[in-house]
Design a protein around this ligand. Structure first.
Ligand SMILES: NC(=O)c1ccc[n+]([C@@H]2O[C@H](COP(=O)([O-])OP(=O)(O)OC[C@H]3O[C@@H](n4cnc5c(N)ncnc54)[C@H](O)[C@@H]3O)[C@@H](O)[C@H]2O)c1
Length: 252
């Protein structure tokens, strides 16, 4: 594959646990990656690792609550690499609490970041340029809500439903939209949650591993493999659906 033939994937939350693994997976498969995240330091580290042999990753830091940044990220992909073939809407936050414990700000922030980000501009571009693939990271907790996470579960349910809506509405434009729904994944999101509640993350994850029929919670690479598959030609007939990646563990 020459540089001119390379495809481009824009990935949000690229400095996080799953986002880094997704970025590495796309670079390993010959893609240019446009990395978006609020964490510039994390993206600098990602770039340092993935740009050792030629430039594969360009990062643009910003806040996905800012619509101008969401649009800039898509425009940046096209400006830098000339194309946008894949978009992975991966950035997200977990907001804990039942509805009485959830403030207006919690609710708005959760929906802004988890749901209302960069779908529209990407679809507009892909529609006019031969199509593409969009993979959104929802959650098993959006399909089968767990306890005490009203805003998070509802936002992820919306991501799953929006993925189906967009998948159906834009299949005819050559754009395949799907969502990946992980259960627990060994990332900073999960580990800091344990630490905040006073648990040792390693011990808590070892206990959690025993609750998964496949014997362990997911590693970020398990999710990245599913994301890459859905974006690839191997998934050419899969559109408008959700894929659970959960080690056979139900939500309870
Ligand atoms: N870890 C899990 O157990 C789990 C389970 C199911 C679904 N998910 C979903 O997977 C996705 C990735 O989660 P992760 O576990 O890698 O989390 P993470 O906390 O490691 O990474 C999330 C990234 O999103 C970025 N981000 C958050 N808010 C942002 C904003 N306003 N603007 C720009 N960037 C922002 C953060 O800086 C961070 O780098 C999320 O959507 C999450 O809800 C995670």
């Amino acid at each position: 594959m020459t540089g001119l033939e390379k495809k481009t994937a824009a990935i949000t939350g690229a400095a996080g646990g799953i986002g880094q693994a997704i970025s590495k997976q796309f670079v390993a498969n010959g893609f240019h990656v446009i990395a978006g995240d609020a964490d510039q330091t994390g993206m600098d580290q990602l770039e340092a690792e993935l740009n050792r042999i030629g430039q594969n990753v360009w990062s643009k830091a910003g806040d996905l609550r800012n619509k101008a940044y969401c649009e800039e990220l898509i425009d940046y992909s096209i400006q830098i690499t000339g194309t946008l073939d894949v978009l992975v809407n991966n950035a997200g936050i977990i907001t804990r609490g039942n509805i009485l414990e959830t403030t207006d700000e919690d609710w708005e922030r959760t929906f802004d970041i988890n749901l209302t980000s960069i779908f529209w501009r990407a679809i507009g571009h892909m529609k006019g340029h031969g199509g593409g693939a969009i993979v959104n990271i929802a959650s098993c907790w959006g399909l089968y809500p767990g306890p005490g996470h009203a805003a998070y579960c509802t936002s992820k349910a919306a991501v799953a439903t929006l993925s189906k809506c967009l998948g159906r509405d834009h299949a005819g434009d050559g754009i395949r939209v799907n969502a990946v729904c992980p259960n627990e994944v060994n990332t900073p999101m999960l580990r800091t949650g344990f630490a905040k509640r006073g648990f040792n993350p390693d011990t808590a994850i070892a206990e959690l591993n025993n609750t998964v029929p496949l014997g362990r919670i997911a590693e970020p690479e398990d999710i990245a493999d599913a994301v890459y598959f859905l974006s690839s030609n191997a998934a050419r007939y899969i559109a408008g659906t959700t894929v659970e990646v959960n080690g056979a563990k139900p939500v309870y």
